[in-house]
Design a protein around this ligand. Structure first.
Ligand SMILES: [Zn+2]
Length: 394
C-alpha cells in the first residue's frame, strides 16, 4: 500500500472507532496515545495513536478516541514494531527471553547455541518462552564450543542434524556455521559445504559467521545461496568485507545481488570494530539487519542490548528509520516465521516497542575496547507483546 492509501485506511479506521465508542465502552484492549510512530514497512514516521484489539494492531490514526480498556501515554516516545533479533543466544540462557522483552525484543533467533545432541531441550525452552523464538541448529552435534566447534569435522554430522530438523520443523529455521579461524581452522570451506548439505532437502538458509577465516571470504561467498545470511559484516580483517582501499569485495556485492543477507551480529570478540563499520557505511553498504549476538556476558561487558546496538549505528550515521527497518521489517523478511511481524500495519501481531531517545554523553564500546562518545541513545520504556502491555521493570 502506498502512503496515500495508508492515510485513507487510517482515516477510515478512525471513523469506525468513533462509532464504536457509542456502541461499546471498550472497543480496543489497548491504545498507545500520541507517540511518534516509526514503521518503515508502512512508510510511516509521524505522531500517531495505535490501537490494539485481540492481540493485533487494530488502527493507526492521528487520533483514536474510541474507548480502550487500557491507555498508555506514549507522548515523547518512539513507537516502533517490536524488534526481531536474528542473531541471539537468548534461547539458551535462563531468563534471556524475558530480559530481551524488557529491551523491546519481541522475536529472536537463537543462532547456533546448540547442535543435534541437545536440540530437543533448546526447542522446548524456546517454545516455552514468552515471545516468538526460533532456532538455527549448529552444524556440530555438540553445539557451540569455546575452543572452536569445527576444528574437528568428525562431529559435524549431516544425518544427525537433518534428523533434528525433521523433528522440529516448526522451530528450526536454518543452520549456523561459524567459520573464523579460531572456530573452524582450515575446515571452513568443508564446514560450509556440509551446512548446505544439511539445509538443501529442507530448503532452509544457512547463517555463516564471517571474519578472520583461513579461506578467502570470496571463496565462502561463492558457496552462499539466495536467502542465506552473513553475520558479523563489520568484522575486521583478515577476510573483512572491505579491502584496504575502502572497496567492498566484488564477491560480497555479487552475493547481496543474488539475495544473500548481511547482518550485524554485534557480539563480544572479533566482530565489530569502529573503523571497519565506518568504512563499510561510507562505502554505502548498509546492513540488512541489526542483531546483538546476545549473551548475558556481552550485555554486561559491552552493553550489548538491542536499543544500544541501534544507537551505535545511529552514532555512525544511519538514520532512525534505517535502524528501525533493520531491526523490524527487514528481519521479518529474512526469516518467513516472522513475516506477520516487524510492522504496525493493521492486522499485524501487536508486538510493539516503546523507546525513548535521551540526549547526553553516552560512551559506546566496540569489540576491541575502542570507545566513542555519542550524543544520543535509545532506551526501552515498555513493550507490547501480542497485545499485552509490559512496562519496563524498574
Ligand atoms: Zn552468535
Amino acid at each position: 500500500m502506498n502512503r496515500r492509501e495508508f492515510l485513507m485506511t487510517t482515516a477510515g479506521m478512525a471513523l469506525v472507532g468513533v462509532r464504536g465508542a457509542v456502541a461499546a465502552a471498550a472497543r480496543y484492549d489497548l491504545v498507545l496515545k500520541g507517540g511518534h510512530v516509526v514503521d518503515p514497512a508502512s512508510g510511516l514516521n509521524a505522531v500517531r495513536d495505535v490501537a490494539i484489539a485481540d492481540g493485533k494492531i487494530a488502527a493507526v490514526a492521528a487520533t483514536i478516541d474510541a474507548g480502550a480498556a487500557q491507555t498508555v501515554d506514549a507522548a515523547g516516545k518512539y513507537v516502533i514494531p517490536g524488534m526481531i533479533d536474528i542473531h541471539s543466544h537468548a534461547g539458551d540462557t535462563k531468563g534471556g527471553p524475558a530480559l530481551n522483552i524488557a529491551d523491546g525484543v519481541t522475536g529472536y533467533v537463537d543462532a547456533g547455541s546448540r547442535g543435534a545432541d541437545k536440540i530437543d531441550d533448546l526447542v522446548a525452552e524456546v517454545k516455552a518462552g514468552p515471545q516468538q523464538g526460533r532456532v538455527l541448529i549448529n552444524l556440530r552435534r555438540t553445539g557451540l564450543l569455546p575452543g572452536g566447534e569445527l576444528q574437528d569435522l568428525a562431529n559435524a554430522d549431516v544425518a544427525l542434524a537433518r534428523a533434528a530438523i525433521a523433528r522440529h520443523r516448526d522451530v528450526i529455521i536454518g543452520i549456523k556455521a561459524r567459520l573464523s579461524k579460531n572456530v573452524a581452522g582450515n575446515n571452513d570451506v568443508e564446514a560450509l559445504r556440509r551446512a548446505q548439505e544439511i539445509a538443501t532437502p529442507f530448503g532452509l538458509p544457512v547463517m555463516i559467521h564471517m571474519g578472520q577465516s583461513v579461506s578467502p571470504l570470496s571463496q565462502l561467498m561463492a558457496l552462499l545461496k539466495k536467502g542465506d545470511v552473513v553475520t558479523h559484516l563489520f568484522a575486521p580483517p583478515p577476510e573483512a568485507i572491505i579491502d584496504d582501499a575502502g572497496n567492498i569485495l566484488p564477491a560480497v556485492v555479487e552475493a547481496r545481488k543474488r539475495g544473500v543477507w548481511f547482518d550485524m551480529g554485534h557480539g563480544r570478540g572479533g566482530h565489530f570494530r569502529w573503523d571497519i563499520a565506518e568504512k563499510v557505511l561510507v562505502a554505502g553498504f548498509l546492513p540488512d539487519t541489526l542483531s546483538t549476538d546476545w549473551t548475558p556476558g556481552g550485555r554486561v561487558a559491552q552493553f550489548v542490548d538491542f536499543p544500544t546496538v541501534m544507537s551505535k549505528l545511529m552514532h555512525l550515521g544511519m538514520t532512525l528509520e534505517q535502524v528501525v527497518a533493520c531491526a523490524t521489517c527487514n528481519a521479518a523478511q529474512v526469516f518467513p516465521a516472522f513475516r506477520d511481524r516487524g510492522t504496525l500495519k493493521v492486522g499485524a501481531t501487536a508486538d510493539v516497542a516503546l523507546l525513548e531517545m535521551r540526549n547526553g554523553a553516552f560512551e559506546f564500546i566496540d569489540n576491541y575496547d575502542g570507545k566513542q562518545t555519542a550524543k544520543q541513545s535509545l532506551f526501552p520504556v515498555g513493550t507490547v507483546l501480542a497485545g499485552k502491555w509490559i512496562p519496563r521493570p524498574a
